[in-house]
Design a binder for this molecule. Structure first.
Ligand code: SAM
Ligand code: SF4
Length: 498
């Protein structure tokens, strides 16, 4: 059976050595959803490699296939079922195949996955990535035991493994893992979320916040850089609440930049600023409630940190923000951003928006359009509200905005976003920007593509040898999607030319 759809899936966690030893077991991880999932897929692959597995290029070549899933919207879960369903025939012809559904959807749906997809062997939640090879062993041992006992259906339900424990910290130790020297790496600095936005399933499926110690994160960052990374994106659901779960220092102990002297994201940024060979640090995603002056100061003082912050507002209506339990009003949001802009005047912001939240009126929506324009968000992601079972909004509020209205509001907000993005991009025309050259343009031969420190994509003519380096580019044109310019010379450091 040829599973061409799987072969072309771009977010399979990595490639693999084609000349893999024929005898080694092979694992293939298919990733849905966010960058955190991609990070976890690499982590899972690393665990298998440590146990002697090879990483298979595609599903057809794999003995173990894992689907690392997303649960944020219903559509993501349905897509997973559809992909998993395609493996039913493969499993019938290769009964030794082990199939796992792992991550957020596994955590949310649990055992029901077995009921809907009877050929799945493992359902493992968001804090089980480091245990996956053991879980595969367990499936095989159960199959062997059932086969020896002469039980029919030994490959089936008796061999299944369900692992949803959420109290284990996920161990991260990458020494012998694979990272192919790509320019940009993602690094999860914390897991879980302690907030409780009424529409969101993440706290349920990813658990409470667990920050990794500063030294661990820095060690991992050095590891990435030693393998060729020049950009590291720090990941967390609310990455600026990093360290809130650490104990505050006692009397006489050193005080750090986080709340009550705890280590915080600002400390992490200062430490990463010192990592030789690292050019850029990016952040995904920040929450307005944790936007502190200390963080703004770190942004000002650490020139490796991008001047672009994804700081989702979700709505521009205070009434809806309250119903979402976001923990701020538009006024508070504005005041926090004012503090940030006073210290980092050229910072650019991005936002996520939910349209059609229960009870959202035309006036509420108009307030979102106004807020988007007033704050000048350069990048916007717009989602139609999707009631997720198990969230308080889905359980307690009627999904009363008709689909057609959600769709229309979605389009209106995107149209507003295009106008504002163009305006923000246009504000950079005429400036010389430090650009990290990230690759060659797919569309225009001889053109390079890079990113400014404001998170903006810029294209310009240049030699392929410049990829991976930093250059100065004069910004000449702007569109809603990015910038175009021409080389203005080499660049000495991360900062922009005056
Ligand atoms: N932690 C981040 C924050 O607080 O902004 C975002 C996490 S969430 C995985 C990514 C985005 O999905 C959210 O910002 C929100 O806009 C959207 N989202 C989450 N739950 C949703 C739902 N039930 N319906 C529609 N969009 C949703
Ligand atoms: Fe979900 Fe809100 Fe936590 Fe973001 S901050 S992950 S939207 S609960």
């Amino acid at each position: 059976m040829t599973l061409s759809r799987f072969r072309s899936k771009p977010s399979a966690a990595t490639g693999a050595s084609a000349d893999a030893a024929a005898s080694a077991a092979r694992v293939h991880v298919v990733t849905f959803g966010c960058q955190m999932n991609k990070y976890d897929s690499l982590l899972a692959e690393g665990r298998f490699k440590r146990r002697g597995y090879e990483v298979a290029l595609g599903i057809d070549d794999a003995d173990v296939v894992l689907f690392n899933t997303c649960s944020v919207r219903d559509h993501a879960e349905e897509r997973t079922y559809s992909w998993v369903g395609e493996l039913k025939r493969a499993k019938a012809s290769r009964p030794d195949l082990v199939i796992g559904v792992i991550g957020c959807m596994a955590q949310r749906v649990g055992e029901e996955i077995f009921a809907r997809a009877g050929h799945v062997d493992i359902v493992a939640g968001t804090r089980q990535f480091h245990r996956l090879p053991e879980l595969v062993d367990e499936v095989r041992e159960r199959r062997d035991a059932a086969a020896q006992a002469g039980r029919r259906g030994a490959q089936g339900r008796g061999a299944r493994v369900l692992a949803l424990e959420m109290n284990d910290p996920v161990a991260v130790d990458r020494e012998d893992e694979r990272f192919d020297g790509e320019l940009a790496a993602y690094l999860t600095v914390m897991r879980g979320c302690d907030l409780n936005c009424t529409y969101c399933i993440v706290p349920t499926v990813r658990g409470r916040v667990l920050s990794r110690p500063v030294d661990d994160v820095v060690r991992e960052a050095r590891w990435f850089v030693s393998r060729g990374a020049r950009v590291i994106t720090l990941l967390g659901q609310t990455v600026n609440s990093y360290g809130e779960d650490f104990p505050a220092p006692g009397a006489g102990e050193p005080r750090m930049r986080g709340r009550q002297g705890r280590p915080g994201l600002a400390d992490l940024l200062h430490r990463l600023q010192e990592v030789e060979g690292l050019a850029r640090v990016r952040l995904i995603t920040l929450h307005p409630s944790y936007l502190t002056r200390e963080l703004a100061l770190a942004l000002r003082d650490c020139d490796k940190v991008d001047r672009f912050l994804p700081l989702p507002a979700q709505s521009g209506s205070d009434r809806i923000l309250r119903a979402m339990k976001r923990g701020y009003t538009t006024g508070l949001y504005e005041r926090r951003v004012d503090v940030l802009r006073a210290l980092v005047p050229d910072v650019e912001l991005g936002s996520d928006w939910i349209v059609g939240f229960p009870g959202e009126t035309d006036a509420d929506h108009a307030a979102s359009e106004r807020f988007l324009g007033a704050q000048g968000f350069a990048v916007n992601y717009v989602f139609k509200y999707d009631p997720r079972p198990g969230t308080s909004a889905a359980d307690g509020l009627a999904d009363d905005v008709p689909e057609a209205v959600k769709k229309e509001r979605n389009q209106r907000l995107l149209a507003r976003s295009a106008e504002v993005s163009l305006r923000r991009h246009a504000g950079h025309v005429g400036a010389i920007r430090a650009v990290l050259v990230e690759g060659l343009s797919d569309r225009a031969p001889g053109t390079l593509v890079g990113k400014t420190r404001h998170g903006m994509t810029i294209s310009f003519e240049g030699a392929p040898a410049l990829v991976g380096g930093e250059v100065a580019v004069l910004v000449e044109q702007a569109s809603a999607f990015g910038l175009a310019g021409s080389l203005a010379g080499p660049h000495a450091g991360a900062g922009d030319a005056p």
